[in-house]
Design a binder for this molecule. Structure first.
Ligand SMILES: [Zn+2]
Length: 254
């Protein structure tokens, strides 16, 4: 049986001489594993359409629950990523996150939209890497049902927290004076507003916020640590991205 769908190639693994095994994300069927025979042969018409971080229309042949790619055409190749190692590394991290959270054979329209929007923004330079990363991580946690509790201080209840702190073990905010024990990551009041915005804004508007660079760094630490906790596993692409970006763990602002 043949089937045509739009797919974002999250990962490709070389297999035998000229084949690829692909992990792709689709809106209607979530995550799928596909084989692409001959996808590395120079004569193949599906070479470009089956590259990692390409958005393509693929025609699949299904037999016994296994899919193979028969035809493919590129809808968006995100060329801007191919010329910028840092942005490509960050997009690869997004792809690993999408692979981690997407369900198999179940609709994932929100994840698809988030992934395409953020990878497009990276490719087109529609924001700094830190800004796009913070938006992606926060929103992804929200879509997956892990939105941190941001209404107010978890102890005193104030909606306008005084010197806010994020408790990564609990996914909650407290005022500095209300903090009792455990790890706490500092945020600014505007950072808390952006956190709320990212969880509630329409999907197409998640990058429509402004925050000074030093405050964004604090928020990025929160979004990253929280998403890692939700993912509950190491994400090697994040470590690679950070090595590219020149970060060393824990050296950010305190
Ligand atoms: Zn408080």
């Amino acid at each position: 049986m043949f089937r045509t769908l739009d797919a974002l190639v999250l990962r490709e693994v070389r297999f035998r001489e000229s084949d690829r095994i692909l992990t792709v994300l689709t809106a209607d069927s979530g995550k799928l594993t596909l084989s692409a025979h001959g996808a590395l042969s120079k004569k193949s018409r599906i070479v470009a359409a089956t590259q990692q971080l390409t958005f393509s229309e693929l025609t699949l042949f299904e037999k016994n629950g296994r899919y193979s790619v028969r035809e493919g055409s590129v809808k968006e190749s995100f060329q801007g990523l191919r010329q910028d190692l840092e942005r490509f590394a960050l997009a690869s991290y997004f792809a690993e996150c999408l692979e981690r959270f997407a369900g198999e054979d179940q609709p994932e329209p929100e994840l698809m939209q988030l992934g395409l929007n953020c990878i497009f923004a990276l490719s087109e330079g529609l924001g700094s890497c830190g800004k796009i990363k913070t938006a992606f991580e926060t929103r992804l946690a929200g879509i997956e049902g892990y939105a941190p509790l941001t209404e107010g201080c978890a102890v005193c209840g104030r909606p306008d927290l005084r010197e806010p702190r994020f408790l990564p073990e609990e996914g909650r905010l407290v005022c500095r004076a209300c903090r009792q024990s455990g790890r706490a990551l500092p945020l600014t009041e505007d950072g808390v507003s952006v956190l709320r915005y990212l969880l509630e804004a329409p999907a197409k508007r998640i990058l429509a916020f402004r925050l000074p660079e030093d405050e964004l760094r604090l928020l990025e630490k929160v979004s990253e640590e929280w998403l890692l906790r939700c993912a509950d596993r190491r994400l090697p692409t994040l470590e690679y991205y950070k090595s590219i970006r020149g970060f060393t763990e824990g050296s950010g602002p305190v």
